[in-house]
Design a protein around this ligand. Sequence first.
Ligand code: FMN
Length: 488
Amino acid sequence: MSSFLERYHQLTKYDPRTIDKLGQAHWENQPKAWKAISGTEYTDIRPHLGFLTELANETTASDYPLSFPHLDLATLCRISWFASGVNAMGGSIQDPHLFRTNPSAGGLYPVELYWIVLDVDGMDSGVWQFHAPGFALVPVWKGDFRGEVANSLLGIQPAREAQAIAVLTGIFSRGSWRYGERAYRRILLDAGHLSGNLLEAARREHFEAVPLSGFCDSGLSDLLFPDQDEVPLLAIPLAKHLSKSVSQSLKSLPPDPTEISAAVEPGAMQMRAHHLSRIGAGNPEPPSPMAWPWRKPDLEYVPLPPHSLPGDLLRAAIDRRSCRSFGWAPVTLEQFSTLLFWSKIPAEEQLSPPGFLDTWIVVNSVLGLESGVWHWDPETDAIALHRPGAFREDCLRMCLGQELGGNASFVIVHTTPLARAVEGLGERAYRPLCMDAGHFGERLNLAAQAMDLGASGIGGYFDDLVNETLGQDLSHAILYISAVGEPG
Ligand SMILES: Cc1cc2nc3c(=O)[nH]c(=O)nc-3n(C[C@H](O)[C@H](O)[C@H](O)COP(=O)(O)O)c2cc1C
């Protein structure tokens, strides 16, 4: 195994024989899910969210504010809230738990949202941080950073055209106190979820946005004043009009072989995995376009029946919650088809090249569809039966015994042949693939919520058992599971 990321994925598998040895989380050490605001200057976003009350009560979208040709403060406030704002409170007054529009593994919220403001009415240019619990945009530092940003984003056209650039960062310690070395996997998935909300909100505002996972890591980091264990994961230029069909650089610097083989201190493996997939400064060679076929050559695909409209995806973010328990009522084939259609990542927002991310669906109870493992071709909206059979028990077992897995009407599993992906794209392949899986998961969450169905991400699973259920060999990395069904 020549790649560090493959090793990382292999060593962070959950295995029924060793899961007990992982130890318990130390709840007394749980870090806060937000940063302290250091200065006194901030912008309250609440005056710009008044429309939410009407939107939540109405069935039409007419109460959404009109969009303007130029990006302004109010628009950034709305997009920030839809991306990751607080939408409910649980726990107690003494110890509240703030729920967000985006789900997060374990509710730990290790992903932060920043804006590099370049040309926004009503805002000083500079770097701002979205402080979700404080309902605030907080200035980090002011100045015109267009040159620095364009360089960090490797001179790519949308970076030059952007009026603002959202940057998502991940903070390792917020996840690792609970999930150890496997936290990085969930951090990338969380970033994908958050980006799904942000991109949907930008679309609703009639702005264009292009997510980029190929950038100079140190350049972008230097702009943000990040915490010691905080790293940029995704940059999303935003403007009224952007060049959208960009071929972004994903290829990371070839890592020094000694870096790959050097011993890693306990707890530092995920950081090493992240840093080994870095891209350096300068304009790299433009990447040669890559794509794999979406379909498996040995399977027979049948088109899904026509889908309907799921409802208003963005409205769903207002009261979105992960489903905590499924009844056994089946979903219909039309609901199934609609959910898949709306969960599809728009082509220009997909970070990984076409065909690198496989979508498998373990069907437990969908009216009119044989139970078993199906493969989905998103390009033509067709599915193929790969392994007929009843797999509820397997789903329960592979999801660490979580009933969500066994009781769901169907379970979606995202996988990739990781060695081949790394061969084609370098170590960097891991980031876009995991974030794409999370992005799909968010679109699925929103569509399910809009259709009064339930959905939940599942980041805890026995990797090899999942491959066994799917009927795949172990060279396929299991990136994410999403469970869907009638809440009950
Ligand atoms: C990447 C990811 C992994 C998750 N894994 C699990 C899981 O294994 N089991 C589970 O019950 N919920 C899981 N969830 C759901 C979270 O627990 C849930 O998002 C969080 O508690 C916040 O609640 P909310 O989604 O209702 O806002 C996961 C969510 C995400 C985004």
